[in-house]
Design a protein. Structure first.
Length: 269
């Protein structure tokens, strides 16, 4: 087992989704909190601030230097042009595959500002493979929903493994959204929902051939040992595939990793 902490596995991994459920932090609180994250000792692990289409006008009034925003557009291609008109510093655009994947890709091709990365949220279900085929070869990441406010919003291990391996087979980078509140797969004690762990997903990205087994693992000790054994090349490959995920809390996943011995304890989180 390596004695060096795999810090590169987590840099820029945690996109700030504080204003989304179940966090639902008001924007006037979420913006300064995000800027504090970006000025902290753990800033290297924090991604952009995520904001939905319906709140961009309010966000533009609160914007401050250093606020980099990723637009989340659940309404698909029709929301893109209006969302780009708010003068925010863009770190990315995430658009649902509506009315379909080809329309979302065409909208990004035509309207996405130069240098701004784009992601297309793909539907779960039987059409996933075809959707991945459309997205493969474009400049855009796939986005996949890994949870929500109801039990059926969480994909099964088999579903998520099919997404991870499907992206790997096509050389397609991806991000995840919702439900990845903790590092390790677990059953939520209050809701009974089966939550995927973001560390499970990282390790599956590093070894897609074992994705189902790694996604099903519930032992933090086992997963931490596997993470410590990753080579620099494996870490680079994992993060080239699994680029980020949205989390309502920045502190919680960092604390999880510290408890697993994968990050130092960060005093000001």
């Amino acid at each position: 087992m390596s004695t060096a902490l795999p810090l590169g596995l987590f840099r820029g991994l945690f996109d700030d989704a504080a204003v989304f459920p179940p966090g639902d932090l008001p924007l006037p609180q979420a913006v300064p909190a995000h800027l504090a994250h970006r000025a902290s000792r753990y800033a290297e692990f924090v991604g952009p601030f995520l904001c939905g289409a319906g709140r961009l006008g309010e966000l533009a009034q609160l914007a401050a230097p250093g606020l980099r925003v990723a637009l989340v557009l659940p309404g698909g291609s029709d929301q893109l042009a209006p969302a780009l008109g708010h003068g925010l510093e863009l770190a990315g655009v995430e658009i649902a595959a509506l009315p379909d994947v080809r329309a979302a890709v065409a909208a990004l091709d035509a309207q996405l500002p130069p240098g701004v990365p784009g992601s297309v949220e793909l539907p779960r279900g039987d059409g996933l493979s075809a959707a991945l085929d459309v997205l493969a070869g474009t400049p855009y990441r796939a986005k996949y929903r890994t949870g929500g406010l109801t039990a059926d919003a969480f994909p099964t291990v088999a579903e998520l493994a099919a997404f991870v391996t499907g992206c790997a087979e096509r050389g397609l980078p991806y991000k995840c959204t919702a439900g990845l509140h903790n590092a390790v797969r677990h059953t939520d004690g209050q809701t009974g929902f089966e939550h995927h762990g973001f560390l499970n997903v990282l390790l599956a990205a590093a070894d897609p051939s074992s994705a189902a087994e790694l996604l099903a693992e519930r032992s933090g000790k086992v997963l931490a040992a596997a993470a410590l054994d990753l080579t620099d090349a494996q870490i680079t490959a994992a993060r080239a595939s699994f680029t980020a995920f949205g989390t309502c809390s920045i502190a919680e996943p960092l604390a999880d990793l510290a408890e697993l011995g994968l990050l130092p304890h960060l005093e000001n989180h």
